[in-house]
Design a protein around this ligand. Structure first.
Ligand code: C2G
Length: 129
């Protein structure tokens, strides 16, 4: 069984997230998502609209997602890749190069972002409405 992992906040879920999860799952048979906790969002200077529990519930309802684990730190990725016996690490290409240190442990794939949509854009557009 080929296991894939990806990480993110996945707030205000949109097609960019779905496109990423769909393509990540297509690279293997089992997809784990490391979901940023609210504390970790703070480290990314992000404030999510939905709580961790709400975002977890939403992600777990997506057919491409097999397991959701908390993302509490930048450092946990190596441990996670080893603990869950991961074959492929996937991120959108806005992160290109940032996680190449994981190449020692697994394949690292950066997928093109979906153009024209982001959680920030949704928030800004709603403010204008
Ligand atoms: N994404 C995408 N296209 C978009 C928006 C997002 O492909 N239009 C991808 C991002 O590249 C990322 C994933 O969807 O791979 C989740 O996006 P975010 O929730 O914004 O994740 P981020 O805050 O970048 O967290 O340790 C890694 C970090 O937790 C990544």
């Amino acid at each position: 069984m080929k296991k894939v992992i990806t990480y993110g906040t996945f707030d205000l879920l949109h097609v960019g997230h779905i496109n990423l999860l769909k393509r990540a799952k297509a690279l293997g048979d089992y997809l784990i998502v490391g979901l940023s906790t609210e504390e970790f969002n703070g480290l990314k200077n992000k404030k999510s609209y939905y709580s961790y529990e709400e975002r977890k519930k939403i992600l777990e309802s997506i057919r491409y997602v097999d397991k959701v684990i908390p993302e509490n730190s930048w450092e946990q990725k190596v441990k996670d890749v080893i603990k869950y016996d991961i074959d492929i690490f996937v991120m959108g290409d806005d992160w290109k190069g940032e996680f190449d240190f994981l190449k020692k442990y697994c394949q690292v794939v950066y997928l093109p972002r979906t153009w024209g949509i982001s959680t920030t854009k949704i928030k800004d557009d709603l403010k204008m409405a």
